[in-house]
Write a protein that binds this ligand. Sequence first.
Ligand SMILES: O=C(O)c1ccccc1NCC(=O)[C@H](O)[C@H](O)COP(=O)(O)O
Length: 209
Amino acid sequence: MTRIKICGLTREADVEAAVAAGADAIGFVFYAKSPRAVTPERAAVLARLLPAFVTPVGLFVNATDAELQAGMAALPNMLVQFHGDESPADCERVRRPYLRAAAMVPGFDLVDFSTRFSSAQGILLDAPVAGYGGGGKVFDWSLIPPNAASHLVLSGGLNAANVGDGIARVRPWAVDVSSGVEVSKGIKSADLIHEFCRAVKRADAELLR
Ligand SMILES: O=C(O)c1ccccc1NCC(=O)[C@H](O)[C@H](O)COP(=O)(O)O
């Protein structure tokens, strides 16, 4: 079963729609230069809408220790997502489970990267975009070597139309989407969220046939 992360939420209605559609994780962008960024206090309010078994994910880009601490204090149970240039030591310093994003460019050594970040709970594969993420761009999935890492999160420009192909070709642990379920940056569409989640379930069912 492919897990689903919906990222860059800023509104209660969008969190409720993502939970209702079957999302397994909800991403909140902290401090990054993004129209999707929310304060830790705002994220804490939104995260109170999450029922059991739906994980809050706090997303950081080269954050300061103070910013990381503020985010983790606001959401003590969140999974941290490092989406900048953070080193393994930077990631391990928070002493809690984390995701590490990788910008997939030709020649990128994903096996080495996964080994360097072996303590990560997952490696999120994203397209390289200015500002590090949320760009709505698909990268070349053939850049992903088979069996490169155990818990890959396929990300970057996914939507209801292409996510099934991504699951069939990459067989990721999870998929992650932001732009592909939005009507504008930070404003999600409940219909697009439901369509995306239904497309993931269809793809999973196809793999079981
Ligand atoms: O979402 C953002 O605005 C963002 C800003 C800065 C760094 C990372 C950001 N998002 C990270 C994510 O995990 C996104 O879901 C991922 O980049 C995919 O975004 P999209 O291609 O828009 O689906």
